[in-house]
Design a protein around this ligand. Sequence first.
Ligand SMILES: Cc1cc2nc3c(=O)[nH]c(=O)nc-3n(C[C@H](O)[C@H](O)[C@H](O)COP(=O)(O)O)c2cc1C
Length: 247
Amino acid sequence: MIFYFSGTGNSLHVAEVLQSDEQIVDMAEALRRRRCGFHIRAGEAVGLVCPVYYSGVPKLVLEFIRHLHLKDDYTYTYLVLTHGGGPGAAGAMVEHELKKKGYHLDAIYDVKMPANYVMVGQPAAQEEEDQRILDAEPVIRDIREAVLERRFDLPDYSPVSRALTWSMYPLCDRYMPTKKFYTDDSCIGCGVCAKRCPVDAITMVDGRPVWQKNHCIRCMSCLRCNAIQYGNIIKDKRRYRYHEVKE
Ligand SMILES: Cc1cc2nc3c(=O)[nH]c(=O)nc-3n(C[C@H](O)[C@H](O)[C@H](O)COP(=O)(O)O)c2cc1C
C-alpha cells in the first residue's frame, strides 16, 4: 500500500511510478473521511510519499501518521520525499513520528523535483524545470527497484541537519499568514479552489474564496488558478504544477 500527499503533483507522480498492484491512498482524503485504519496483505510493503516542507514534512502528513492504524502482516516500510534540492532531515521527522506509534522505517529515499514554493524565490526557467523532471525519472525507477528488492537504506543525518530541521520547521510552520490570499477580477467564483484544498482551508463567502489561517498548510494547490494572488508576491510568477495535473 502506498500513502501519499501531494499539493502540486510531484509526489503523486512518484507514487504512481512506484505502484505495482497495490492500492494508492491519498492521506488528505483518508483524514477527511476519518478512515486511517488499513489492512495490509501479508508481505506487502507500506510506502509513504510526500513533499519536504521547511526541511520537515507537511503537518498533514504528521497528522495522518498520528491517526494511522495498520493491521496485519506488513514487512517493509519506506518513505520517499520529493523536494526542490534541500530535504534536510525531513526523513528523521517522519521516522520519529512513526516510532511514537510503534512503527518503523526500513528505507528513506528522496527525489529532487521542481520546487513549487512560488512565494519564496523565483521559479526556475521552464527548460530547467523540464530537465529536473527528466533527471528524476531514473532516480524514481531506481527507488522502485530498491523497494521491490526490499532494500534497507536509512540515511545517517548529521547533527547539524537534524538541528536545522527541528529548529527551523516550527518557526516556518507557525508563520503562515493567509490574509494576503485574494482573488483578482478574473475570479468567476466557481469554487474549484475550495473543493480542491486538501485541508478544507478555503470557504466560499459571497461567491469568493476566503482562506482560514488555522487550516492552510501552503501546499500551493489552490495557486493552480491564476485568479488567486498572494499580496503582490506571485503576480508575475509562473505557478508550478506537475504537467500531468489538471489545471
Ligand atoms: C511550504 C513549502 C515548503 C517547502 N520547503 C522545502 C524545503 O525545505 N526544501 C526543499 O528542498 N523543498 C521545499 N519545498 C519544495 C517542495 O518540497 C517540492 O517542490 C515538492 O516536490 C512538491 O511536491 P508536491 O508537488 O507533491 O506537492 C517546499 C514547498 C512548499 C510548498
